[in-house]
Design a protein. Sequence first.
Length: 216
Amino acid sequence: MRRTKTLWAVLVVVGLLASTGCVSKKLFRRNVEETDARVASVESGVEANEKRIGDLRSETDSKVAAVDSKAQRAVEIGQGAMNRAEAAAQRAEEAYRGRLIWEITLSNDDVRFSFNQAAIPNDAQAVLDGLVSNIKSLDKAVYVEIEGHTDSTGTETYNYELGEQRASTVRDYMARQGIPLHAMNVISYGESNPVADNATSTGRAQNRRVVVRVLE
């Protein structure tokens, strides 16, 4: 009888140990699975972050390239303006000795250029007609230098281009009135050579101008 009880006790202990072993294995597997899931989630997050970093790097590189391109364009425009100004001065000195005959400025209340405009106002056309008539009356070769100027509104590059448009418009008008194109040169100073304070509307209007010089 005692032996039977002892045997049953042994069997119960063995059963408990076996049951405990199964539970431990299940718990271990569940822990492993949860850990794998967390690792996979972290890896997915890392990949997403790496992709975002790559996208940001590409976007930054594109913006830097665009800024570099604009800066290079501004430098080229500035250098071009300087080269043309130097060439004009040299031609004036070599071909016409640089002696000033007439100078007019299209900038007063009657003939000034409107904001952001290059078209010649009607009153300015009358002034240019008088200048063309005087040039023709000389009956000799002259050199005409046409300078375009703007106020400081807008970018430096834009103002350079606007000043060139204004000066070119004057040149083309004078050409239609009979002044040879080869005798005229256009220079843009943009906003770089103001004659009045750009902080006031009156000053900005005075800075929007075209200066025409007739040299012998």
